[in-house]
Design a protein around this ligand. Structure first.
Ligand code: G
Ligand code: G
Ligand code: G
Ligand code: MN
Ligand code: NA
Length: 250
């Protein structure tokens, strides 16, 4: 199909670009790092978000090339950030099934000189349902070299306690559908509270995603949520804007 050829050509032309969204510690809002998110700088259609091409990339297998290239660019950029700042990268189900996944990550770290201890890999539960044993081996070997593993979009899709029982994660990311604006005392707030407590009882740190209002910040921090991410703190931004933010704040 035309869209498939278009995406393939876009990837080859280097039009997939890393955008960086701040992650802050709660409640003080100190910057602790960024999550890299893919954007397609399309020649005619302008800037496209992942919603417009990630699914196609997954269906056609292009997601692997796309994501590895994005990880390489991001590690290369992040290498020059202040050394305490972390980088979080999304890994697709297809990449997780690749037996060489840990070696590919290590190759990128070696090539870019980015420290494994500064890298966090985000996986969704969708990626785990395919082959749990392969995932276990891959995640363990990444953790053995010091890379941290976050369970992304927790609370959606295949979310269950099963994966928390079967695999060792470092972090839970609470999906933005729970967080965007939390009415106090609501059922949603009770669920968020329970997820944070679950994480902390398992020794995991938690990140609340999609924080849009200042009133959520204090409440989330009081419940014991470790980190926050969302439009309130910063939108995903391109490399020049990220560098500008880092220069202004350091
Ligand atoms: O920025 P936005 O909210 O549109 O991102 C939507 C989703 O696309 C996010 O959940 C994010 O995990 C995913 N995404 C962004 N970049 C990549 C990528 O390079 N690889 C994979 N697998 N997913 C990505
Ligand atoms: O990988 P993941 O699905 O967690 O990616 C996070 C996505 O959420 C990004 O695509 C980002 O653009 C989006 N996002 C980040 N902060 C907010 C927010 O405060 N509100 C909303 N609606 N979306 C956000
Ligand atoms: O002013 P602006 O809306 O861009 O601020 C976004 C938020 O992100 C601020 O509340 C700020 O506390 C937080 N933030 C982002 N980066 C840093 C940083 O490097 N240091 C501190 N202290 N806060 C930061
Ligand atoms: Mn993510
Ligand atoms: Na998410």
């Amino acid at each position: 199909a035309l869209r498939e050829q278009e995406l393939r050509a876009g990837i080859l032309r280097g039009e997939i670009e890393p955008f960086y969204q701040p992650v802050v510690a709660l409640p003080g809002r100190e910057l602790i790092g960024f999550e890299v998110l893919a954007r397609w700088r399309h020649p005619d259609q302008g800037l496209l978000g992942p919603g417009e091409f990630i699914q196609l990339a997954e269906e056609t297998g292009m997601i692997a090339d796309l994501s590895w290239s994005l990880m390489r660019q991001a590690c290369n950029d992040a290498r020059l950030w202040p050394a305490h700042l972390q980088l979080a990268v999304n890994i697709s189900p297809l990449q997780l099934q690749d037996r060489q996944m840990p070696e590919r990550v290590l190759a990128i770290l070696t090539e870019t000189g980015f420290a494994p201890s500064r890298l966090e890999i985000e996986i969704t539960e969708t990626a785990l349902v395919q082959d749990l044993e392969a995932a276990r081996i891959a995640l363990r070997s990444l953790q053995n070299i010091g890379v941290r593993i976050a369970l992304d979009d927790f609370g959606t899709g295949y979310s269950s306690l099963y994966h928390l029982r079967e695999l060792k994660f470092d972090k839970l990311k609470i999906d933005r559908s729970y967080v965007a604006s939390i009415p106090l005392g609501s059922e949603r707030a009770k669920l968020v509270d329970a997820i944070i407590a679950l994480g902390s009882s398992l020794g995991l740190v938690t990140t609340a995603e999609g924080i849009e209002s200042a009133s959520s910040v204090e409440w989330l921090a009081e419940q014991g949520c470790t980190y926050g991410q969302g439009f309130l703190f910063g939108r995903p931004m391109d490399k020049p804007a990220t560098d500008l933010l880092l220069n202004e704040w350091s």
